[in-house]
Design a binder for this molecule. Structure first.
Ligand code: SF4
Length: 313
């Protein structure tokens, strides 16, 4: 027997919201999902009218849904934002080359300008070449450090006010768990922040901070959005994978655990003596760093000297 949509619109429900368990029709689900993202944006005052915002676009489900929802909300609520896509080409054959084709499709579908920066142009190395040097053990250290800085460089080139990333509620809950499991309390202090960035740097904001991964997939599916779902060919079975598996198991028993973990991370009191590294400018490249020379420059120096393990520590 059909179940009526819980929102009371008179239509029959066709899905069960993973976050709340509510039986909803498609349109009421879209409305609930988009309204929650709008609420997240306005409550945290993520944007100001007239801001230029770069959406960090990988072609995956999160950044595709983020670009789509930001465009929808910008028009619906007249935010007055100038939205653009910023993609980083790490140079990973069989992964990034294909996903960038999806980003180009996003560019056309959402009518947003797209800027692509490559590791090869910025650093002189592709990830394929880096992996050939260092093997598959520390590849993500290089990739993560280079990507963080590449996004900063791209945002500076585009002259944007902030970078919107597709981090979702599951990503943040996983990071809280990982930091607790590793005893990394300094990172725990800032991993739930919806907006990060110190003075002089371009902030990163997370409009999907409270959106469940399952709902992002559902939204993309029912909206028929085009996204790329293949995993990176160099993806390791890292510690994060275990935190993810633990979270998924707990979600099956109690779906609210994702929000509960984020809430715990947000409200946990951290002793004053737990100090975060202060941010300054790298003396070599002038981009943000916690040391005199940033990690990207140290890693690059190691690669260029034929000593790729130099910066790994
Ligand atoms: Fe880079 Fe692939 Fe590692 Fe992700 S999984 S950080 S894309 S090498």
């Amino acid at each position: 027997m059909p179940i009526p949509c819980k929102a009371g619109c008179g239509k029959n429900a066709m899905l069960k919201r993973p976050k709340t368990g509510d039986a909803l029709c498609k349109d009421c689900f879209f409305c609930a999902f988009e309204t929650e993202v709008h609420f997240t944006i306005t409550k945290a005052e993520l944007f100001n009218r007239g801001d230029s915002v770069a959406v960090a676009a990988s072609g995956g489900k999160d950044s595709t849904v983020l670009a789509h929802v930001l465009k929808t909300l910008n028009e619906r609520y007249n935010y007055g934002l100038n939205l653009m896509l910023l993609s980083i080409d790490e140079g990973i054959t069989g992964y990034r080359d294909d996903s960038l084709e999806t980003v180009k499709r996003n560019r056309d579908d959402y009518e947003m300008p797209l800027k692509i920066l490559s590791y090869k142009d910025l650093y002189g190395w592709t990830m394929d070449e880096i992996v050939a040097q260092i093997g598959r053990k520390n590849n993500c250290t290089f990739c993560g450090v280079f990507r963080r800085q590449a996004l900063d460089r791209g945002a500076a080139l585009l002259g944007v006010k902030c970078i919107a990333t597709g981090h979702n509620a599951d990503d943040i809950a996983e990071t809280v768990l990982m930091n607790v499991l590793r005893g990394d309390i300094a990172r725990l202090k800032r991993c739930t922040a919806i907006s990060t960035g110190s003075e002089g740097t371009i902030p990163r904001v997370k409009p999907l901070k409270y959106a469940y991964e399952k709902e992002i997939v559902m939204y993309a599916h029912y909206k028929k959005l085009v996204y790329f779902s293949t995993e990176c060919v160099f993806a390791p079975n890292a510690y994060r994978g275990h935190a993810r598996a633990l979270l998924k198991d707990m979600e099956k028993i109690r779906p609210s655990c994702i929000m509960d973990i984020i809430y715990s991370g947000e409200t946990m009191a951290v002793k004053d003596e737990v100090i975060l590294p202060t941010q300054r400018t790298c003396t070599r490249c002038n981009f943000v760093s916690s040391q005199e020379v940033c990690k990207a420059c140290v890693l690059l120096e190691g690669l260029n000297k034929g000593l790729p393990k130099l910066g790994i520590g």
